[in-house]
Ligand binder design. Sequence first.
Ligand code: PLP
Length: 450
Amino acid sequence: MQLNDSLENFDPVATAQKGTYWQPFTSSRVLQANPVPRTLVSAKGAYYQTLDGHKVFDTLSGLWCTPLGHAHPLIGEAIQKQFEKLDFSPSFQLTHSGALSLAQRIADMAPEGMNHVFFTNSGSEAVDTALKVVLGYHRIKGAANRFRMIGRERGYHGVGFGGMSVGGILSNRKMFAAGMMPGVDHLRHTYDPVHMAFTRGQPTWGADRVEDLERLVALHDASTIAAVIVEPVQGSTGVIVPPLGYLKRLREICTKHGILLIFDEVITGFGRMGAPFASQRFDVKPDIITFAKAITNGIVPMGGVIVTDEIYKTFMTGPQSAIEFCHGYTYSGHPLAAAVGHVVLDIMESEGLFERVKELEPVLEDAAHSLKGIPHIADIRNIGLTAAVELKPAEEGVGVRGATVFEEALKQGLLLRVTGDIISFGPPFISTEEELKSMMVTLRKVISEV
Ligand code: PLP
């Protein structure tokens, strides 16, 4: 079996078994159980083609990042055109019109008063950049003692040292505990199976969990706390939807104590909640928004940080120094990424895709909740164009049922994202109603059979 015809004598099975390619977030058990690596060979629209010939529906838009589907011809054209015009522009003290105009466009979509965009290449870099902005801001303000960052249990903020430290997923942290950023604490997560199971949209229970921030303020003293970072909807740990009122109250407590609020919108940014940002959907304005993924439809890596006028102004009028914010990446505002960002926003606008998400939200909600009653299901939840179906762990242990469902679903035409026993959904915005319904019909069949 050849993955790439031009590589004669290339044996994907042997190569995978040797571990030559060290696959991200992939357990060696998966490799042992699948001597032929799980390999995708092509993609078009909302579907992938696997190496063994299955056409599978992309239920998570890649990794929450391809809302326009795959192989969109306008994106290909934009890349080719930009390549011919300007394929690289050093980010160091130089720029180009694509980055300038994309920053403007993103600022125009952001909540009012958030008019400054710093580009990165990924969500992890965006989070680490945001944390550095926070430290710099407080230092310029004469409050260098504000160094503590507050994350939240079950939060995912990427894999940089900063993002990992504020993140709240134990398995991502355990091995690296010795190198964790100092001065980080965590709010309790908001999930509660007893009060929330099978809730459609935002739970009415649980907003008071936000008062946990007052506990941390009392413990550490507000004068040491720099920022709170949360995903408005926790994506990677299985679509944990904020209780009604939680985010508003979080804003109030942060403001009261002079703590900056970061919304990590790497998943929720650019339409997934039916608005440009979740901040608008929940009507809560943070001080900093991080984004990535959908801005380039996952095709060329790009991320970024949006900050308020107040934060930007503070940096730019701070004490004299050569460079106000000594930070940046070789590929910040990369011309190809900026060109793709523009065409992605063009398509989202011309096809009315934020509105489309709003139309599809109740379709996905009904389809997902129609699985209620299947004995193996512990919970179903949803918001925007996201949903999660949580399975009851099998007797053999956590994740066993999830893994079996993943394998069986693949054979039946669904590429699922399964974390432990939680199946998360973030289908492309271009999905049809029929596709969303049939996705859940197939899942029902798979879960009932395993
Ligand atoms: N923040 C959030 C909320 C994410 O969901 C992710 C990735 O899934 C990241 C940060 C990290 O992004 P990346 O994988 O692009 O570094």
